[in-house]
Design a protein around this ligand. Structure first.
Ligand SMILES: [Zn+2]
Length: 337
């Protein structure tokens, strides 16, 4: 049984130690530490120390490329997109084109950046890496009195060349079936690249996809990702508050699908529980979500994030302490099973 939470917002080692000890006391045996562009630039040794402290107290450690290139989940800025403007994702539409502050995951410069990140992750002594919500730009734009337009990335020259090689014709502007397929293949190819290099360095690979398998989210045929050779842990994050869904139905539906695919391909299923932006009075739903994931066969449960998001205004729950207490209580109950 793996029970964990993500941790960020603090780089003072003595406080990290106190918090990691608290995580153990509160029923966790696993932690995902975020490791952003800021961290690898300014906290490189600190991250090594943070992983060491976490492992010393008895936690399994995964590292998360938090917001790197703005193509993974995470509340973190990217310097990469400023330093390598030509490696940003391009959006094209009839009126023109723009580059957005997200890296193109087909670009050589970004792959090089990620390979350095993996190198550093391996040097910390962490057990694994956690690829969280890798995605491409997708937006819907409605002009006055006009049809809604779908605007999607990436349409840069590198992506255009790859598209033409695959399909034998120029990449269209519309969000066609081939475009959906191409975007999915782009993310799969990126994750295969990342998981292969991490695996070579002895790191386990966990991946988390958005909980809705629709083309706009990038990967809509989850099985293709689960099947990748070096993906060890496959999961999703049915954040019912964020998607305005019913906790039972949503967590159960996503958990069962994740478990089904993992059983078929002999991978470990993981489910993330929404422990951030929990509205006042609805904290009990967090307990329900944990129980539901467990009852659906998931034995690797993680909460985003430690202490209900108290360290960050943007994602804090209304009453973070109550949220964390619920998580801790459920984890301790599950540990007995
Ligand atoms: Zn591109």
């Amino acid at each position: 049984m793996k029970l964990g939470a993500s941790y960020f917002g603090n780089r003072t080692l003595k406080h990290v130690r106190t918090d990691m000890e608290k995580m153990i006391n509160d029923g966790c045996n696993s932690v995902v530490h975020t490791m952003s562009e800021h961290d690898i630039t300014y906290h490189s040794q600190t991250m090594v120390d943070i992983v060491k402290v976490s492992r010393e107290v008895g936690l399994e450690v995964f590292l998360d490329p938090w917001g790197i290139g703005r193509v993974f989940g995470g509340e973190s800025f990217s310097t990469f997109v400023k330093l390598f403007p030509e490696a940003r994702q391009k959006l094209s539409f009839a009126e023109g084109e723009i580059n957005v502050n997200k890296a193109c995951i087909n670009s050589r410069a970004f792959r090089e950046k990620m390979s350095q990140w993996v190198e550093h992750a391996a040097s910390t002594g962490a057990e694994g890496v956690f690829w969280d919500e890798p995605h491409l730009f997708y937006g819907e734009f409605t002009e006055l009195f006009a049809k809604t337009k779908i605007i999607w990335g990436c349409t840069c020259n590198t992506c255009k060349d790859i598209f033409k090689n695959c399909y034998g014709y120029e990449m269209p502007l519309e969000f066609t079936d081939q475009v959906m397929e191409f975007r999915q293949e782009t993310i799969l190819n990126f994750l295969e690249y990342l998981s292969d290099i991490s695996s070579q360095k002895g790191l386990k690979n966990a991946v988390c996809v958005f909980p809705i398998s629709e083309p706009k989210y990038g990967i809509y045929q989850w099985e293709k990702l689960v099947k990748l050779k070096n993906i060890d842990i496959f999961g999703s994050d049915p954040y019912w508050f964020a998607y305005k869904e019913n906790v039972n139905d949503f967590v159960e539906k996503v958990s069962r699908e994740v478990v089904r695919l993992c059983e078929t391909h002999n991978k470990e299923p993981q489910i993330w529980i929404q422990g951030f932006r929990v509205p006042e009075g609805r904290e009990e739903e967090v307990s329900t979500a944990i129980k539901t994931a467990f009852d659906s066969g998931v034995r690797n449960i993680a909460a985003w994030c430690f202490e209900g998001g108290a360290c960050m205004t943007y994602i804090s729950s209304d009453r973070p302490e109550i949220v964390w207490n619920k998580i801790s209580k459920e984890y301790k109950t599950l540990q007995q099973q």
